[in-house]
Design a protein around this ligand. Structure first.
Ligand SMILES: [Ca+2]
Length: 380
């Protein structure tokens, strides 16, 4: 005979076991349902929890592999094309390289290379075929003070001559020197400047730091500028790319403090918020970016070019070429191209339906390959 107490213990164990099996089964069914729902709604969940902004960055593929058109460069910063198709490339250390039929190296006197300063932007006058005027933006030392400035040269017979100062005393620092220059459809010269590591200067319309400037080709102030000085827009941290779309709208990319890098649509006299607002923050009288890189992602954008409905900019830290397809003034679709394939990327230029871009693996923050830095191109 089995003692009564043993039988009760045995029955209790059996009931406990049965209950565990039932609870286990219910938990398993619930887990399976959750996994199924997560799989079914995976795209929405990724957008909701992993994407920091309204605009999603898509991974893109370009069918054509980029072609290397120049190599063994030292931190190329910007690219311009001469009428005969030769390329002019600035190297941050102070060399202007002409690459093509008449290859040549021009050393620019007085350039002071820093962590982010040196010989930066290059552009040609819109009437270059007549004026042969070429413009350079660079960091230098004036009377013991580090500053940025733009000079104009005459570039004829494969010689640079008649150096003329166009705008001087733009605040400079080891970092945050801006440096992009380009002529707009209005034939004015636009210049991006950094906050020179003094954020409050960006909010002062009396300072040339943290601005997009607009000047006449001779450096004088156009009479329709908003503040009776070269300032066109303000509240910028460190913009390093400008371009116009086919409607004549001005766009710019700038570096955020950490993440929150911006693509801005630039308008006369507008305040783009640095250092008061960042990311999606808003404030009366300040403009937010059309799109930013979110609270965790960093593009470190440099260079900007427009071609056929899309803007292209390079990512240093992002190690990608980004394409922003313009939907309307506040909506773009971002695509990330060549992610991590070439390392840090810097200069971007559109020329004859081809995008040219440079690596920046020798700028002190990359891992250069033996033939870096390179200029690559992709036909569109
Ligand atoms: Ca901003």
């Amino acid at each position: 005979m089995v003692p009564v107490t043993s039988a009760i213990k045995c029955y209790t164990r059996y009931m406990k076991h049965k209950r565990s099996v039932m609870i286990g089964s219910v938990v398993l069914v619930v887990i399976l349902m959750l996994v199924g729902a997560a799989y079914f709604y995976r795209d929405d969940l990724v957008r909701l929890y992993l994407s920091p902004t309204d605009s999603t960055v898509e991974q893109g593929a370009v069918e054509t592999k980029p072609e290397v058109v120049a190599r063994d460069l030292e931190t190329p910063w910007s690219i311009a094309f001469l009428p005969d198709g030769d390329m002019l490339i600035t190297e941050r250390s102070g060399e202007l390289q002409r690459i093509g039929e008449d290859g040549q190296t021009f050393t620019i006197e007085g350039v002071q290379e820093t962590s982010e300063g040196g010989l930066l932007g290059v552009t040609l006058a819109p009437d270059f075929e007549q004026s042969v005027a070429l413009y350079l933006y660079y960091t230098t030392n004036r009377n013991g003070t580090m500053t940025n400035q733009v000079d104009r040269y005459i570039f004829a017979g494969n010689r640079l001559s008649e150096r003329t100062e166009i705008i001087t005393d733009i605040p400079a620092a080891s970092n945050h020197n801006g440096g992009a220059i380009a002529f707009g459809p209005d034939d004015k010269l636009y210049v991006t400047t950094g906050d020179a590591a003094e954020p409050e200067l960006a909010q002062s319309t009396d300072s040339l730091a943290g601005k997009i400037l607009r000047i006449n080709p001779d450096g004088s102030t156009p009479n329709d500028n908003p503040f009776d000085n070269p300032v066109w827009s303000y509240g910028h941290r460190n913009p390093q790319g400008i371009a116009w779309d086919e409607e004549g709208r001005l766009w710019s990319v700038e570096h955020g403090q950490s993440s929150q890098d911006e693509l801005n649509l630039i308008e006369r006299g507008a305040n783009y918020g640095w250092p008061t607002i960042r990311g999606d923050e808003t404030s009366e009288g300040m403009r937010g970016p059309v799109v930013h890189s979110g609270n965790t992602d960093t593009w470190a954008p440099s260079g900007l070019a427009y071609n056929d409905g899309s803007l292209y900019f390079a990512g240093l830290r992002g190690q990608s070429l980004y394409r922003a397809e313009l939907r309307d003034s506040d909506n773009v679709t971002l695509t990330q191209l060549f992610a991590q394939e070439y390392g840090r990327l810097r200069a971007v230029t559109a020329h004859e339906d081809t995008i040219y871009f440079s690596t920046s693996n020798r700028d002190g923050r990359g891992s250069p390959a033996s033939d870096d830095d390179q200029i690559l191109r992709i036909p569109l």
